[in-house]
Design a protein around this ligand. Structure first.
Ligand code: ATP
Length: 485
């Protein structure tokens, strides 16, 4: 049975140090350093800096060690420790005090390379200060620790490199998950997933879960079809999963730039799914704020064709939404097709009929189609529903098709049709009767019909109609209504 509510990268994260696979060199450096701390003799370098590609077990090793050695894990992320005050308020207090029951601690500062430039200078200094005064081991992680600004941190810390996982280890890890989940997985399919992940186990596990949940089994054909190349395009569901799971801005941006969707549709997908993924109202607000700004840029691009603004759309829709999450816990969400697109698809036929009516009216009344839609059609529809007899004349006069009559008449369509048939019958009879025996009523009906057929006869009709109605006015009116056409 496939478990839907927990991301497998969380469900299967290592609990013990030995569960962290293929990082033996890192463990050989880290574990003795940690044990020295635990023996009560802080090593010369009081902090360690784990560095290497994404998804290879840096954070996992700290978490597994904390679990195995019974340490209290105090974790802060780049977005939390930019400001000196925040570090002093949280990390410094944790680093310089012992817990109430003497439990030892380990402090994890995740993604220190997220600290940038002079704006975060205060944060960087505060971390250095923290390392000086700490009474507990501090572990920092970074993908790229070689930036000039991180030099003081490199000097203050024990540098521990992490490598991409070998294909064999990734396949083994995937296989263990398949067995635990009871999913049918072909070995060759797992190999394909591993090759594509390029040593990033997080990405491999995410791919495995997406395929297993989407198809119920993992075969070579399915994997080939879904994951053709590293730079493949993401389906909307994949785009959302990658976006909401991304830890770094570049991952979120990659998710939106690789989406196999046109830009407006992509914004619709995001709009629909933010509130499904995030639970905290402020997170939702922040994400929608960013999406709204992306939409403003998209509008400018449409109006001015300034495609150089597209990168702002990607920044706001990708990292803007992904990094809006501050309090919502990550959950395995079931994403939804945008309701607006569904609604538009469902109403496409109706909208086409409405547009066709607007076109007929616009030509005959010399107004724009937009005006016909907003000002004439609603009233016409009212007339059709209230006065089916009158509607029949309009329908004949304007030469409306069956679907147009159905659109305007709605529930009284059959009545309108009956009136139309009656009128047409009378027209036929009137046309076959000698001219001098025709009644005024017959004449007016005939005019209506003639008007719909040719333009030359329509001018004849207008004159006759005028004559008929003025005669009627002179007579003091009658029950027969003149056609308004
Ligand atoms: N070496 C590993 N052994 C076991 N599981 C791993 C390993 N590397 C990654 N994983 C799996 O991938 C998930 C993500 O790994 P982790 O967060 O440790 O990566 P990371 O190297 O810290 O990445 P980042 O630099 O993006 O923070 C883990 O929860 C775990 O399920």
């Amino acid at each position: 049975m496939v478990t839907r509510n927990l991301p497998w990268i969380i469900k299967y994260r290592p609990r013990r140090v030995e569960d962290v696979v293929d990082q033996e060199q890192a463990k050989e450096k880290f574990i003795p350093w940690l044990r020295q701390w635990l023996r009560g003799r802080p090593p010369e370098k009081k902090a360690a800096l784990f560095y290497g590609p994404a998804g290879v077990g840096k954070t996992s090793l700290v978490e597994a060690a904390a679990h195995e050695y019974g340490l209290e894990l105090i974790e802060m992320n780049a977005s939390d420790f930019r400001r000196r005050e925040d570090i002093e308020r949280i990390a410094k207090v944790a680093a310089t005090q012992y817990s109430l029951f003497g439990r030892k601690r380990i402090i994890l500062l995740d993604e220190v390379d997220g600290i940038s430039g002079t704006a975060d200078r205060g944060g960087l200094d505060a971390i250095l200060d923290l390392i000086n005064v700490t009474r507990h081991p501090i572990v920092m992680t970074a993908n790229d620790p070689w930036d000039q600004k991180l030099r003081p941190l490199r000097e203050a810390a024990l540098m521990i490199p992490f490598n991409r996982l070998s294909e064999r280890h990734v396949v083994q890890a995937l296989k263990r998950i398949c067995i635990a989940e009871g999913i049918e997985c072909e070995d060759a399919a797992l190999k394909l997933i591993a090759q594509r992940a390029e040593g990033d186990l997080r990405s491999a596990i995410n791919d495995l879960q997406a395929i297993a949940e989407g198809y119920g089994r993992v075969t070579v054909d399915i994997v080939r079809g879904v994951l053709t190349s590293r730079d493949r395009q993401y389906s909307p569901w994949e785009m959302l999963r990658h976006l909401f799971m991304s830890k770094y801005a570049w991952q979120a941006k990659r998710a939106v730039t690789h989406a196999d969707l046109d830009y407006d549709t992509m914004l619709q997908w995001l709009n629909e799914n933010i509130a499904i993924q995030y639970s905290d109202p402020e997170d939702i607000w922040r994400a929608h704020e960013s999406l709204a700004r992306a939409d403003i840029f998209m509008g400018r691009i449409r109006r001015t064709q300034s495609w150089d603004l597209l990168s702002y759309v990607f920044d706001l829709a990708g990292p803007g939404i992904a990094l809006a999450r501050k309090k919502s816990k990550f959950k395995w969400a079931k994403y939804q097709f945008p309701q607006k697109i569904l609604l538009l698809a469902r109403t496409k036929e109706t909208r086409e009929v409405r547009d066709a009516i607007a076109e007929v009216l616009a030509k005959r009344l010399h107004i724009s189609k937009a005006r016909a839609k907003s000002e004439i059609i609603p009233f016409l529809s009212m007339i059709f529903r209230e006065r089916p007899d009158y509607a029949a004349r309009i329908a004949i006069g304007y030469n409306l098709t069956d679907s147009m009559i159905k659109y305007l008449a709605g529930p009284v369509y059959n009545q309108v049709k009956e009136h139309i048939n009656m009128l047409l019958l009378r027209l036929e009879r009137a046309a076959s009767a000698p001219a001098r025996t025709k009644t005024a009523a017959n004449k007016s009906v005939q005019h209506a019909s003639v008007a719909a057929s040719t333009s030359s006869s329509s001018s004849v009709k207008r004159k006759s109609t005028r004559r008929t109605s003025s005669r009627r006015r002179r007579k003091g009116g009658g029950t027969q209504t003149t056609l308004p056409i």
